[in-house]
Design a protein around this ligand. Structure first.
Ligand code: IPM
Ligand code: MN
Length: 341
C-alpha cells in the first residue's frame, strides 16, 4: 500500500485542539478508502518551543520535516517584540522555499456568504516583498523596511497562478500599487505580463490593491484566481475569508517545488485555548488540500463531502457559524458522516 510520510505540527493556543481534530478526520477518511496510509510524525514548533529551544522552529523539527513529503501545521503565536525569533510559519516557508501561498475562498452550505457563488483563490507570493525581513532603525524615531520584489520570484508565482487559472475559469486578477510603488510593482506587473504570453486563454485584469479591497466586496463572484505580492496577499486573504464565512473555515497551502505546508489561515486564538470552542473546519480543510497534494483525490472529496453535509444539516455548528456545538461535537458529526456506510 502506498504510504505518505507527513509531519504534523500542532502549534500553540487552540492549535493542538484543531490539529488533533483534523488528524482524526484524516485518519477516518484513510480508513474508509483503505488505499493508502498516512505515516504521521509529530514535531514541536511555535511559541512554546521558544522557551525550550530559544527558537520557534528548532533544528530537530527541521530535520524531522526533511524526512516528510509535506506538513500539516497548526496556528502558532508570533511574538511581536523586536529581537523575538521570526514567525514559525515564515521560517518554514523560507526554509523549504514554499513560494506560492494558495488560499481558496468558496461559499459553503449554510455558512453566511456576502454573495452566493463566490469561488476564488488567492495566490500570494510567499518569499519576499514586505516579508523580506530587512528592517532597521535609521535614527531616533525613524525606521525603514525594505520591500524586495524580484523578477525571478514574481515570474515563479505568476506561473503558478496562471497554471491554476488555466485549470479553473481562466481569469487572473493581479493586484499591485504600481502608481506609488513604481519600481517594485513595476517588476511584479512586468513578470505577470511576460508569463501571460504562455497562457493566451487566461484573461488578465490588473487592479490596484485599494480598488481590489473594494471590488472584493462589490463583485466577489467575478474573481477566479487573484495573484499578488506577499503583504497584499496576507491582507486580501483575510478579507476574502470573511466574504465566505470568516477565518473559521479558511485554509491555505504553502507550495514549493519539493515540499508543501498546509495550515488554517487563522491565528492561534490563545484566549480560547482549552475551551473546545473554535471551529476546526479551517484546519480540516487544510487537511483536504494536503490530500489533494498527495494525489489522494477520492479521499479529499470524501473529506469535503462530510464537512459539507455537516454544514448543510446545521446541527453541529460552532459559535462562529451561529451554533452552539463544541469543536469536539463538530468533529464527531464529521466523523459520523465519513463512517456512515
Ligand atoms: C498568515 C499569517 C502569517 C503571515 C503570520 C502569522 C506571520 O498572518 O499566514 O497569513 O503574515 O503570513
Ligand atoms: Mn495573515
Amino acid at each position: 500500500m502506498r504510504t505518505h510520510r507527513v509531519a504534523v505540527l500542532p502549534g500553540d493556543g487552540t492549535g493542538p485542539e484543531v490539529v488533533s481534530i483534523a488528524v482524526r478526520v484524516l485518519e477516518a477518511v484513510q480508513e474508509k478508502l483503505g488505499t493508502y496510509k498516512l505515516d504521521l510524525v509529530s514535531g514541536e514548533a511555535g511559541f512554546n518551543a521558544i522557551a525550550k529551544y530559544g527558537t520557534n522552529v528548532p533544528p530537530q523539527t527541521i530535520d524531522m520535516l526533511k524526512t516528510t513529503v509535506a506538513c500539516l501545521k497548526g496556528p502558532m503565536t508570533t511574538p511581536e517584540e523586536p529581537g523575538a525569533p521570526p514567525s514559525a510559519a515564515l521560517a518554514i516557508r523560507k526554509f523549504f522555499n514554499l513560494y506560492a501561498n494558495v488560499r481558496p475562498c468558496s461559499s459553503l452550505p449554510n455558512v453566511p456568504s456576502l454573495k452566493p457563488n463566490i469561488d476564488l483563490t488567492i495566490v500570494r507570493e510567499n518569499t519576499e516583498g514586505m516579508y523580506s525581513n530587512i528592517e532597521f532603525d535609521v535614527s531616533e524615531g525613524v525606521a525603514v523596511a525594505m520591500r524586495v520584489i524580484s523578477q525571478k520570484a514574481s515570474e515563479r508565482v505568476a506561473r503558478f497562478a496562471f497554471k491554476l487559472a488555466d485549470r479553473r475559469r481562466k481569469h487572473l486578477a493581479y493586484v499591485h500599487k504600481a502608481n506609488i510603488l513604481r519600481r517594485t510593482d513595476g517588476v511584479f506587473n512586468q513578470a505577470i505580463l511576460d508569463v501571460s504570453k504562455d497562457f493566451p486563454s487566461v484573461v488578465i485584469e490588473g487592479l490596484h490593491i485599494d480598488n481590489m479591497a473594494l471590488q472584493l466586496i462589490k463583485r466577489p463572484e467575478t474573481f477566479d484566481v487573484i495573484v499578488t505580492t506577499n503583504l497584499f496577499g496576507d491582507i486580501l486573504s483575510d478579507e476574502a475569508a470573511q466574504l465566505v464565512g470568516g477565518l473559521g473555515i479558511a485554509s491555505g497551502a504553502n507550495m514549493g517545488d519539493n515540499y508543501a505546508m498546509f495550515e488554517p489561515v487563522h491565528g492561534s486564538a490563545p484566549k480560547y485555548a482549552g475551551q473546545d470552542k473554535v471551529n476546526p473546519i479551517a484546519t480540516i480543510l487544510a487537511g483536504k488540500m494536503l490530500l489533494e497534494y498527495l494525489g489522494e483525490r477520492d479521499s479529499a472529496r470524501e473529506l469535503e463531502r462530510a464537512v459539507r453535509l455537516v454544514l448543510e444539516e446545521g446541527k453541529a455548528l460552532t459559535y462562529d457559524l451561529g451554533g452552539k456545538a463544541r469543536s469536539s461535537e463538530m468533529c464527531q458529526a464529521i466523523l459520523d458522516k465519513i463512517r456512515r456506510p
